[in-house]
Design a protein around this ligand. Sequence first.
Ligand SMILES: *[C@@H]1O[C@H](CO)[C@@H](O)[C@H](O)[C@H]1NC(C)=O
Length: 346
Amino acid sequence: MRRALVIFPLLLLTLLALALHQVWTLLALLVVDGRADEIPRASLPALDPLKAAPATDTRRQIIPKILHQTYINASIPLVWQDAQQSCIDLHPERDGWEYRLWTDASALQFIRAEYPWFRPTFEGYRYPIQRADAIRYFVLSHYGGIYLDLDDGCNRPLTPLLVYPAFVRRTLPTGISNDAMGAVPGHPFFVAVTKQLERYDRSWILPYITVMGSTGPLFLSVMWRHWTASGQNVGDGSDGGRIRIIFPDEYNGNPWSFFTHHLGNSWHGADVQFIFWLSRNWLLVTLLGFAIAISLLLTGWFAYRRYFVRGGDAPKWKSASFRQRLPFWRRVSGRKEYELANRHEV
Ligand SMILES: *[C@@H]1O[C@H](CO)[C@@H](O)[C@H](O)[C@H]1NC(C)=O
């Protein structure tokens, strides 16, 4: 009896440890806030038109002045044309900016020419948005510059961000987004991200989760967590590995924020409704999760006791011969219970 009582909690602990190991990075993302890498407002030039003094920022700009965007082809839908134009207008050629729109055709051509090893994965992606996600990591790692989603409009020039080796946008409550990012060419983080894409090309049944986890913001957040945990998030020069973070105040909704958000997620499917419903009802979902876990635990414990712990006046499935046929278990001589046998003896 005693031994059996010990084995059950041990089994549980092992299961729990395995489960924890699987989701450890995700749990860590809940507590890692990236504040240490924040791009503080104080470091940005004021955005008061009356005080539109020449920029006092003397730090060297290391990110190249290239704006990257992606779409199926060159016919940008009407809903995004204002956003697109606002960014082009604030980053004109006369100031040294270059605008690059990556279409399905030019993206594939680029992968074929520069990263042929990635072509099978790239062409094999089930959802077009996965290609749109992947290509942005490759062009940033290859050419450097700033990548922006088409539904992000610009509210002020992004020039003050060019002094950092790389930057991403923080999302709440957890993780980072891949909709607005910048980097110097060959930034070690984005190089590492491109190399991990193949490994993360898995299906998670629901399209939304598959896209998020294989190429999207969840994938990038996991990469970011691994990057900061591995101590490579250091160095502020053009060869540094540090990733700076734009927090929501600097991102959206304030007069001085960098971006404006325009409606229109291009790829959300029916399963997203369900996931958004889950996140709106997170308390209910959490309680339900606990209830299910506790029921499973109790069921497991009762089943375990019934089959392996109690002896005595038992129906036939409780008989010694039945138990002796169970794998890995054997009768302990002189006692009424069973213990795990050495696997080599089975
Ligand atoms: C671009 O793609 C859209 C959406 O698939 C399509 O409706 C449109 O005809 C395409 N335009 C060109 C020029 O191929």
